[in-house]
Design a protein around this ligand. Structure first.
Ligand code: AMP
Ligand code: ZN
Length: 665
C-alpha cells in the first residue's frame, strides 16, 4: 500500500470511530487505540504535506489561530423564534396556523430547545466547508476552524446527501463537561464560568482552535436549508440528516395533533432535568414544508414555529444593597446586590431591578428576602418579596434623585420607565460608554482599543468624544499605564484603519438613541449620505419604512445639537465614510419605490434571498404575507395554493420570475 492510500485509509477509519464514539455513543475501540492511530496519521501527514486535507480527522486537534473572524452573509437568514409561556398561548398559535392554512390537517415536529450558540454549517459534496455563527441573523462570523474541532460535527458525510446544503443547530456545552471545566478552573485559581451557554458561545470565538478542541463541546442539529432537499417534511429531513452522520437528538418527535404536542411538553417539563444538557423549553414546528412556506415569516421569526418556555426556576436570597448603574445613553438601572445563591446551576449575586416603578410596585427594600428568577437572559430578575421575612426596622426604598456618577438631577420623561442623567456631555460613564459603543465590533471595530483603554484615555484627558480618537498620537498614549511601544502603534493604526468602515456602521456607531444596526441600515439606504440625513425633518424620516416617530425624533434631536454637528464635521474631515460607495449606489434604484412584494415558491435562476435583495436594492419592500397592500406576488414553482388563492381574491397581480426581472430592468 502506498503512502497516499495509507493516509486515506487511516482517515476513513478515524472518521468512522469518531462518529461511533461521539454521535452514536457506541465506541468499538479503546481511547488508547484511537490515540495511537491518530498519532500515526499525524506523523504521516507531517511527513507528506502534499496530501493535505482540510477535513482530515487530525484537524480536530486544532492549532489554527484566527486573529479576526470574517463576517459572511448567510445565504438564508437565520431567524429567531417567537416564545410562548403557557398552553393557552400555544393553542392560540395553533388556531392562527389553522386559520392561515384554511383548516388543513397539520402535523408538528417537537424538539427540545437546546441552549447554546446557534451555528450554520455548510456542506459541499459531503464536506464541511464553512461554519457561521448566527450574528445578527443576516450575517455571522466564520468560525470554521473552531467548529472543526467539535467531535460530533461530521467533516465528511455518509450515505446519500444533497450536493449542497446548510444545516443549522446549536453548539452546546453538556453539563458534565461544563462542571469539569469549572472544577479545573477553580483548582487553577481562576473564576468559574457563569453558565454553559455563554461558555459555549465564548468558545466559538477563541482565537486558538487548539483551545477550543480542549473544550467538551457538542453540536446538536435541528434544521436543513437549501434547494432540492430530499423530503417534503421537517421530521423526515431530520431523520435523513441523522443518516448522513449528524447528531440529531432522538428526543425529537413527530406529533399528529396539538394534543400530542401538549403531552410532549408535559413529559419534558418533568424529565428535562435528566438530560445531559440544559434546555429551557420545546420548539414546535409545522412539519410539512409546503405549509411552512405558506405560513412564512414575520420580521423576526417563522410563523410556522414557536418555542414553548418551561416555567423558570426560582430561589430566594437576601437583598443586601441597591446600587445604580449609568448607561451610555444616561439611563439609570437599579441593581440588586444579593447574598450569593445557587439558581438553576449557577451562583447569582446580582439581579436587575429594572426601574423605579418596578421597585415601588414590588415594594422591594434593602434587607428584604427576595425571590429571584432566571429566564433566558443572563442577568436574573427579582420577582417578589417574602414579606414574612421583612425586618422590623425596614423602611421603603427611596429612589435616587441625583446621578451617582456626576451628581446631576435626574430626569424622567413622560411615558418612560427609566430615569435619565441629562448631563450627556459631562457624565463620565456616558462619555466613555458612547466611545466604547463607537469602537465596538459591530460599529467601528477598532483593533487594539478596549473598553478599559477608553476609560484610561478619558481619565487622562486625552479624549472627550469619539472624534478625539482620530487626533491621538503614539507619543500621547505611550506614557499611559501598561502601554507598550507595540500596543500604542497598534492602537493608532487601528484607529486610522477604521476610516474605511462603511457608512451604515459609522451611523450605528454614533450612538443615536433607538438607532440600532437595522435602523442604521434602513436610514443609509433611504438617505445615501449624512448631509441628506441631517437635513431630514421628522415627518420626512417617518415616511421611510419602519421608521416611527420615536426614532425620527431621536435622529432629529441628535443632529440638532451643536456639539454633535461639530463632531460630524470633524469626523468628515478625518475621512470617515459618510455616504454609500459608488458601487453600492449603482445597484440601487427607485424602480420599486412604494411597492410591497411577496415572494413565494422556488425559482429557476435566482435564490429567494437574491430575489429579496433585488427587491430591496430597487427600493421595494419584502413582506411575507399577502394583504390588500401587496403590489405583486412573485410566484415560483411549488408555491402554496392558499397564497395563490388569497392573491386572486384580493386582486393582487401574480408575476413570474422573468416578469419581475423585467420590472427592474
Ligand atoms: P431565541 O434566540 O430565543 O429567539 O431562540 C431562537 C434560537 O433557538 C435559534 O436561533 C436557535 O439557535 C435556538 N434553538 C435551540 N433549539 C432549537 C430547535 N430545536 N429548533 C430551532 N431553534 C432552536
Ligand atoms: Zn450623570
Amino acid at each position: 500500500m502506498n503512502i497516499e492510500e495509507q493516509i486515506k485509509r487511516l482517515r476513513e477509519e478515524l472518521h468512522e470511530h469518531n462518529y461511533r464514539y461521539y454521535v452514536l455513543d457506541a465506541a468499538v475501540i479503546s481511547d488508547y487505540d484511537f490515540d495511537m492511530k491518530l498519532k500515526e496519521l499525524q506523523a504521516l501527514e507531517e511527513a507528506h504535506p502534499e496530501f493535505l486535507d482540510e477535513t482530515s480527522p487530525t484537524m480536530r486537534v486544532g492549532g489554527t489561530v484566527t486573529k479576526n473572524f470574517n463576517t459572511l452573509v448567510h445565504e438564508q437568514r437565520m431567524y429567531s423564534l417567537d416564545n410562548s409561556y403557557s398552553k393557552e398561548e400555544l393553542l392560540e398559535w395553533e388556531q392562527r396556523i389553522k386559520r392561515n392554512l384554511g383548516d388543513a390537517t397539520v402535523s408538528y415536529t417537537c424538539e427540545l430547545k437546546y441552549d447554546g450558540a446557534s451555528i450554520s454549517l455548510s456542506y459541499e459534496n459531503g464536506q464541511l466547508v464553512r461554519a457561521l455563527t448566527r450574528g445578527d441573523g443576516f450575517q455571522g462570523d466564520e468560525v470554521t476552524a473552531n467548529v472543526k474541532t467539535i467531535r460530533s460535527v461530521p467533516l465528511h458525510l455518509r450515505g446519500d446527501f444533497p450536493p449542497r446544503f446548510d444545516i443549522r443547530g446549536e453548539i452546546i456545552l453538556p453539563l458534565e463537561g461544563f462542571e469539569k471545566m469549572n472544577e479545573e478552573r477553580i483548582k487553577n485559581g481562576d473564576d468559574p464560568y457563569m453558565n454553559p451557554r455563554n461558555t459555549a458561545s465564548g468558545s466559538l470565538k477563541l482565537q486558538d482552535s487548539a483551545l477550543v478542541a480542549e473544550r467538551p463541546l457538542d453540536c446538536l442539529l435541528y434544521a436543513l436549508v437549501g434547494r432540492d432537499l430530499p423530503s417534503k417534511t421537517h421530521y423526515e429531513l431530520l431523520e435523513k440528516a441523522r443518516g448522513w452522520g449528524f447528531k440529531i437528538p432522538r428526543e425529537a418527535q413527530l406529533c399528529h395533533s396539538i394534543k400530542e404536542v401538549l403531552a410532549f411538553l408535559e413529559h419534558w417539563d418533568v424529565h428535562r432535568h435528566q438530560l445531559p444538557y440544559e434546555t429551557d423549553g420545546v420548539v414546535i414546528k409545522v412539519n410539512d414544508l409546503q405549509q411552512q412556506e405558506e405560513l412564512g415569516y414575520t420580521a423576526k421569526s417563522p410563523r410556522w414555529a414557536i418555542a414553548y418556555k418551561f416555567k423558570t426556576e426560582q430561589a430566594s436570597s437576601v437583598l443586601e444593597k441597591i446600587t445604580y448603574q449609568v448607561g451610555r445613553t444616561g439611563a439609570i438601572t437599579p441593581v440588586a446586590n444579593l447574598q450569593p445563591v445557587l439558581l438553576a446551576g449557577t451562583t447569582v449575586k446580582r439581579a436587575s431591578l429594572h426601574n423605579a416603578d418596578q421597585i415601588a410596585k414590588l415594594d422591594i427594600r434593602e434587607g428584604d428576602t427576595v425571590f429571584v428568577e432566571k429566564g433566558g437572559e443572563i442577568i436574573p430578575k427579582i420577582v417578589g418579596v417574602d414579606l414574612t421575612q421583612r425586618p422590623a426596622e425596614s423602611t421603603p426604598t427611596i429612589y435616587i434623585t441625583h446621578c451617582p456618577e456626576c451628581g446631576t438631577l435626574l430626569q424622567r420623561e413622560e411615558g418612560e420607565a427609566q430615569h435619565f442623567c441629562p448631563n450627556t456631555g459631562g457624565c463620565p460613564p456616558q462619555i466613555t460608554g458612547r466611545i466604547q459603543h463607537f469602537i465596538s465590533r459591530k460599529a467601528m471595530d477598532i483593533d487594539g482599543l478596549g473598553a478599559e483603554t477608553v476609560e484610561l484615555l478619558f481619565k487622562e484627558g486625552l479624549i472627550e468624544n469619539y472624534a478625539d480618537l482620530y487626533t491621538l498620537t503614539k507619543e500621547q498614549i505611550l506614557p499611559l499605564e501598561r502601554m507598550a511601544e507595540k500596543s500604542a502603534e497598534n492602537l493608532v493604526q487601528g484607529i486610522a484603519d477604521s476610516v474605511k468602515i462603511p457608512f451604515e456602521r459609522v451611523l450605528f456607531g454614533l450612538g443615536i438613541r433607538f438607532v440600532g444596526e437595522t435602523v442604521a441600515k434602513t436610514l443609509v439606504k433611504a438617505y445615501k449620505n449624512i448631509d441628506a440625513l441631517m437635513a431630514a425633518t421628522s415627518e420626512e424620516l417617518m415616511e421611510v419604512n419602519e421608521i416611527g416617530q420615536r426614532i425620527a425624533e431621536s435622529v432629529v434631536s441628535f443632529f440638532q445639537e451643536d456639539q454633535n454637528r461639530e463632531i460630524m464635521e470633524q469626523l468628515k474631515r478625518y475621512g470617515l465614510q459618510f455616504s454609500l460607495t459608488e458601487e453600492q449606489l449603482q445597484n440601487q434604484t427607485d424602480l420599486l419605490k412604494g411597492k410591497t412584494l411577496v415572494v413565494s415558491g422556488v425559482f429557476e435562476n435566482l435564490e429567494r434571498t437574491e430575489l429579496k435583495k433585488l427587491i430591496e436594492d430597487n427600493g421595494g419592500k419584502v413582506s411575507s404575507s399577502i394583504s390588500s397592500k401587496t403590489s405583486y406576488l412573485v410566484a415560483g414553482n411549488n408555491m402554496g395554493p392558499s397564497k395563490r388563492s388569497k392573491a386572486e381574491t384580493l386582486g393582487v397581480p401574480i408575476i413570474s420570475e422573468s416578469d419581475f426581472l423585467d420590472l427592474i430592468k
